[in-house]
Design a protein around this ligand. Structure first.
Ligand SMILES: *Cc1c(COP(=O)(O)O)cnc(C)c1O
Length: 390
């Protein structure tokens, strides 16, 4: 290769890398940002905790539990290993027994149903309503003599109509366990998700609205007896004095993760505001497109305060639209990989839920997080309009 050819080759390569670089990419969620956005402060948190040798159930955990209980307006909060464990512990603490049926919305993460299964109960899937949350009007039809509890899922950062659900629970003598994994700070009629049921569980998985650096979760309750049970169940059956008072598991939230969560909690209200602002922008730019069904807007209904863990839309020609957005650098995902829980045949919950199935075939998630900019949202919405216009 002579010099002229070489320089030509370099030039074309430069041009190519420039084009690649210039192409806009909006990731669905950038996991590296979780650390890099506040790296120095976080390193200080690590140093502080690790130099104290404070690994398991130390002051940072107690502080976090207090922060969480205050934030939600509940009596008790307990850090646990993850939300799935949290729901299992909550149901065991409440007294769900083998053979008991628990009603849950099929449009949820498989963990909601798995937690019922591993408590020994039978998960009973039901339909969701137009806002993609459990449809309170179908719950009563699913109640049998074996039904012991309802497990509403506070999905996408929105809280269910808990008045309607509580009414049904009261009428039939059922317990309520809230899967609040996606709803920390979300409210219905000014009360926080997690504060309605007999107990509720939260997740601090890194991509959740309040994420730690690995797995983490919490269980909350207002009930003294349930609280005592959860406290014991998560730590080898030990009570406050270290006495073994029953069979327990090991499902604790690491003290280091609790310290990280304490740090992040300082900025959590701003994080919610930011997500609501992004949701408002999506709503403003996409409202009126007849091919889409948007989630309820942040100012649509004063009974609901949504925190937008996800922005889940329904779309005509969904798969083509996602492909078009992908080509434009916009990364979207299908929640749960595109299947509701009853659609996973191997789990043995197959049944007919036409509303949920139709919704699952049409819905997907647009990026929403604290790193996305106003300009990104504008670009995404322009691409969506472009797709339907041509
Ligand atoms: C994330 C999630 C869970 C599971 O939380 P983990 O902390 O990963 O166990 C359960 N339910 C819903 C709705 C979720 O989004």
């Amino acid at each position: 290769m002579n010099i002229a050819n070489l320089s030509l080759k370099l030039k074309t390569e430069n041009v190519r890398t420039l084009i690649v670089k210039k192409r806009r990419v909006i990731p669905f969620f950038d996991y590296t940002e979780v650390f890099s956005s506040t790296e120095e402060e976080l390193v200080d948190v690590f140093k502080n905790v690790l130099r104290r040798g404070a690994f398991i159930q130390q002051s940072d955990l107690l502080e976090f539990e207090e922060n969480l209980a205050n934030f939600l307006g509940v009596k008790y909060a307990f850090g646990v290993a993850n939300c799935t464990d949290g729901m299992i512990l909550a149901m065991r603490a409440i007294g769900i027994q083998p053979g008991d049926e628990v009603i849950f919305p099929s449009h949820t993460f498989v963990a909601s149903a798995a937690s019922i299964h591993f408590t020994g109960g039978t998960p009973v899937p039901v339909e969701c309503g137009p806002d993609h949350l459990i449809d309170p009007t179908v719950i009563e039809n699913a109640i049998t003599s074996k039904t012991k509890a309802i497990l509403p899922v506070q999905l996408n950062g929105r809280t269910c109509d808990m008045e309607a659900i509580q009414k049904i629970a009261d009428k039939h003598g059922l317990k309520i366990i809230e899967d609040s994994a996606q709803a920390l700070g979300s409210k219905f009629k000014n009360r926080s998700a997690g504060s309605f049921g007999d107990a509720a569980a939260f997740s601090f998985y890194p991509a959740k609205t309040l994420g730690c650096f690995g797995d983490g979760g919490a269980v909350v309750t207002n009930d003294d007896e349930i609280a005592k049970n959860i406290f014991m169940l998560r730590d080898h059956g030990r009570d406050d004095y270290g006495e073994i008072v029953g069979w327990g598991l090991n499902s604790r939230l690491d003290n280091l993760q609790a310290a990280i969560l304490n740090f992040k909690f300082n900025h959590y209200k701003q994080a919610i505001d930011y997500r609501r602002k992004i949701a408002r922008l999506y709503h403003n730019y996409l409202n009126g497109l007849s091919q889409l069904i948007l989630p309820p807007g942040p100012d649509a209904d004063l009974d609901h305060f949504d925190i937008y863990q996800n922005y889940e839309i329904e779309a005509n020609r969904r798969d083509e639209l996602r492909e078009y957005l992908d080509q434009a650098g916009v990364k979207t995902i299908l929640q749960w990989g595109g299947n509701a829980v009853h659609q996973f045949e191997k789990l043995g919950l197959s049944c007919n839920l036409p509303v949920t199935e139709k919704m699952m075939a049409r819905s997907f998630l647009l990026p929403i997080n604290t790193m996305i900019t106003d300009d990104d949202v504008k670009y995404i919405c322009e691409k969506i309009r472009e797709f339907y216009e041509y």
